[in-house]
Write a protein that binds this ligand. Structure first.
Ligand SMILES: Cc1ncc(COP(=O)(O)O)c(C=O)c1O
Length: 336
């Protein structure tokens, strides 16, 4: 029997009919980024990519002002998370701060790593010296929170030789992101900000030489589409597109929060392109909404069984969701 933690549960595509509106995916709702999409479509799938990804590593290194050896690419950040967790150089207790992205715990289980789960930022800092590997999601999925203790966590990790990985999947879409501390490992999954999550590509930037880590992946870990996407995502037209679209996403998130509060619902609005709303029986409400063509992320698998995660979506999608929720409220769902 598969243990619960091994089941992948994410927002986005499910096996049901396509929804009218999808609030469950955190990908940029204004996507896809036209420049990146054009690069992906122009990639030549009749050839292998460069197995060493030399030009791509150089482009990422130049963008982040590090040496090319400090960069490793992967088939999405999920793959990089699993590879990090299985890397024997980092083997030992792994620390997370739930509720957070499920893939960290999911990777630790088959790798048979002891998993330390902090219940508060204070506990995270206390446990950090006992961990060899720790993940923090910035902003956090599902809460949208940007932790105020990043610099302290980075210093503690450095003092105790723990590897602190910041998962920056939604960082490019964050409102007022703080500067990132030095000495941490950074995971970038630009497919979310550029609205191209079907392109499986991400990268890691570390304060160490990643040559050995690169060799843990099979050859051609990134397809020509992934290679073309990552290169394009760093170029000015794509960077400008993300900078312009995120303003709209924050406005949509604010409007959605206002609409939900008007219905009398409690909203937790962080700094990301998504928010949490407390609805009571989250699974039943999510199912009722799905039956009306609206997909939302039931947060039960995050341990938040009264919450839905909703991404910033255009006004017509918001209107449909708010109307459906008002209807459900009228049917007194809290008593379901
Ligand atoms: C916080 C976070 N990190 C990483 C990922 C993995 O994304 P990908 O494998 O597409 O890079 C996701 C996807 O939902 C996520 O929410």
């Amino acid at each position: 029997m598969i243990d619960d933690v091994l089941k992948p549960i994410h927002g986005g595509t499910d096996s049901g009919p396509p929804p009218r509106f999808d609030f469950s995916t955190n990908a940029n709702a204004l996507g896809p980024d036209p420049h990146a999409l054009q690069a992906v479509q122009a990639a030549d799938p009749s050839r292998y990519p460069d197995p060493l990804y030399t030009v791509l590593h150089q482009a990422i290194a130049a963008f982040h002002q590090v040496a090319p050896e400090q960069v490793a690419v992967g088939t999405g950040t999920s793959e990089l998370i699993h590879r990090l967790v299985r890397w024997r150089w980092l083997r030992g207790p792994m620390l997370i701060l739930p509720p957070t992205f499920s893939e960290y715990a999911r990777a630790a289980q088959p790798a048979e790593l002891p998993l330390l789960q902090a219940h508060s930022p204070e506990e995270f800092l206390q446990l950090l010296p006992r961990a060899t590997l720790a993940f923090l999601c910035v902003p956090n999925n599902p809460t949208g929170e940007v932790y105020p203790f990043l610099a302290e966590a980075a210093q503690t990790a450095q003092r105790h030789r723990a590897t602190l990985v910041l998962d920056l999947a939604y960082h490019a879409l964050t409102q007022n992101p703080p500067p990132l501390p030095q000495g941490v490992w950074r995971l970038y999954g630009p497919n979310k900000a550029h609205g191209l999550t079907g392109v499986r590509a991400g990268y890691l930037v570390a304060p160490v030489d990643l040559t050995h880590f690169r060799h843990l992946a099979p050859s051609w870990v990134l397809s020509v589409h992934g290679e073309a996407f990552l290169r394009a995502s760093l170029e000015p037209p794509s960077q400008t597109w993300v900078a312009q679209t995120r303003q709209t996403l924050w406005r949509w998130r604010r409007e959605l929060a206002q609409g939900l509060r008007k219905l009398g619902l409690e909203v937790q609005e962080g700094q990301a392109n998504f928010l949490l709303v407390r609805v009571g029986p989250a699974t039943q409400v999510a199912q009722a909404l799905r039956a009306r063509g609206l997909r939302v992320r039931d947060c039960t698998s995050f341990g938040l069984n009264e919450y839905l995660r909703l991404s910033a979506q255009p006004p017509e999608a918001q209107k449909a969701l708010l109307e459906a929720l008002a209807d459900l409220l009228a049917s007194n769902w809290k008593a379901w």
